[in-house]
Write a protein that binds this ligand. Sequence first.
Ligand code: GLC
Length: 483
Amino acid sequence: MKKILFAGSEATPFVSTGGLGDVMGSLPAALASRFPDLSVSVVLPLYSSIPEKYRSVMKPLGSFEVPLAWRRQRCDAMYTVIGGVRYIFLGNSYYFDRPSTYGQYDDGERFAFFGSAAVELMKRDGMCPDILHANDWQSASAVIYLDREKRAGNLTGVKSVFTVHNLEYQGKYDPYILGDVFGLGEEYLPELKFGDSINLLKGAAVACDRLTTVSPTYASEILTPGFGCGLDGFLGSCRGKLRGILNGIDTRLYDPGRDPDPERRFGPVRQAGKDRCRSGLCSELGISGDGPLFSMITRLAGHKGIGLAAGMIDGLLDATGGSFVLLGTGERGYEDFFRGLEGRHPGRVRSVISYDRGLASRIYAGADIFIMPSLAEPCGLAQMIASRYGTVPVVRRTGGLADSIKQAGIEAEGSGSGKERIYGNGFVFDEPSPDALFRAAYAAAEFISDPVRKRALRRAVMSVDFSWEKSAGEYMKLYEELF
Ligand code: GLC
């Protein structure tokens, strides 16, 4: 039986701040259920923020010492099994009993401890995997420490896969802490150094056997200056081991056919429930719901294309007579803009400046159109979730958005039948300008103003398979190259 050990700093349902948590919470389970001969474990930090209902069912897996430069720190490992996956939590209250998951002054040291503890765990009886699959900079050190063990003749049979979920976050530190915090010798400097910093993501990209990112388009984009976040030249040298595999979503979790309230259930064929979700959402938000109901659920950050949306939303609401709901937090300037937008369109706009999973799912279910104008998007999960709920995505052609959403339109069906057929599953634009976004969003609104076309488009949008089925198979093929 082959063993895969995932390492990452978050996984739903235990702790999650975004897409990484969703993927870590769903890909291992998808692999375990499709490949019963594979043993799948996930290792993550035992944060004090993990809810008691999960903590109370964890069992001890042993305690051991973790070397970190001159430090010797204790790790108390706990585990729990859910859906055929063993989740292992590496505990150390000094590092992980903190008010927030990230953003602590010593994140470099905290996650170096995590990486070193993951490698120590692999040395314990029965814990050695065939493949370590680490994700993003917070677990990059595990790949680097594994490499160091291999050079010393330990864990020599273990291969490594490193997945980049977002190249913007690289784990950059001052070179003077290479020895003092990371405990790595000078011989690692050339591999980790990039510019004036040491760069954990780069170090893992050098050391791993396979480097992946979360969509095929992003895998080629990151080799260009516009998307490489400074690393494009270096990443070109990794081309031979670089792959792009599109994420899936948990289609059982995001399933409009499984709403606890039967009135709200719907699917590609029976769509009446979606209209009920829509009117429920409008009354909850206190908006009239006149015209097309546009929506956004997003971090309010520049690279999410918020500037494009801000530059055209007033005009779009005027031109379509539509309504708009936004859910998200982020840069102060954007938060203020959307609060102001509410004031300018009384009864037609709601800007909810927070993050609320429950409201997010009611928006996915109730809105007509979902706007996601990212300037860069490694994969993006929101456009897939919106699609599951028949909410027509309007996206910029980049990264995983380009790989998951194809421009919709109408063509004649067969010869002279007079019938029409819909192709595609959303509205796509290229140029990163408010105007280009306006045109795509306006086209979406115009398309669904015809009730017959709206029904057919929703059906097409909902029918695309965004489950892990295909992608889990692609990861398996990648692992098989290494077994
Ligand atoms: C990051 C990326 C996002 C991707 C997610 C999961 O959050 O920004 O595009 O979907 O990771 O891989």
